[in-house]
Design a binder for this molecule. Structure first.
Ligand code: DAT
Length: 174
């Protein structure tokens, strides 16, 4: 029997906007597989050098893409990452850019332990809608959607919308 076709979903946006919270719950509700690129890189040590300014390892993008490609071709994956132009365009059927008001985001990142330049740069990244623009460049505009992610009600609404979209996609493609 042929495997049911399932879509790949990219959840992107500035750190702290709620990608992980949404992605894990979405995986629970849809049965799709949740993949956090940060965790994947950590587990496989898929790094290429160290960023002194931000005090964090630099992602080896080619190895990340190689590591995931087979799974992505199969389908049914939710990818969570605070960037989006490192992935092959063909991977994703839909791209969601989560958005959070900057005062809200500031509080979330502060309680995560971010301070100084790292905190400021990330809040600025959100104000300048850097990731949204990156997504609009990297993917067809019609598959890129912004989702407000400020409140638990937003989270619930986003979950409902994406679950519905996934069910419809599977009807249309099987
Ligand atoms: P990300 O994966 O984008 O870095 P996260 O899922 O870890 O973000 O969420 C960061 C924090 O914000 C975390 O404490 C949970 C909270 N949060 C996420 N989505 C939210 C929402 N819609 N409303 C209120 N708080 C939310």
């Amino acid at each position: 029997m042929k495997m049911k076709r399932r879509p790949n979903i990219l959840l992107t946006g500035t750190p702290g906007v709620g990608k992980t919270t949404l992605g894990k719950e979405l995986a629970q509700r849809t049965g799709l597989t949740y993949v956090n690129i940060g965790d994947l890189a950590q587990e496989g040590q898929l790094y290429d050098g160290y960023d002194e300014e931000y005090q964090c390892p630099i992602l080896d993008e080619d190895r990340v893409v190689d590591e995931l490609d087979e799974k992505m071709v199969e389908g049914g994956v939710i990818v969570d990452y605070h960037g989006c132009d490192l992935f092959p365009e063909r991977w994703f059927h839909i791209v969601f850019v989560l958005r959070t008001d900057n005062t809200q985001l500031y509080t979330r990142l502060e309680s995560r332990g971010y301070a100084g330049k790292k905190l400021q740069d990330n809040v600025q990244c959100e104000i300048f809608q850097t990731i949204y623009e990156e997504a609009m460049e990297a993917y067809k505009e019609e598959i890129v959607h912004q989702l407000p992610s400020n409140t638990p009600e937003d989270l619930e609404h986003n979950l409902d919308q994406i679950v519905q979209w996934t069910e419809q996609w599977m009807k249309d493609h099987n």
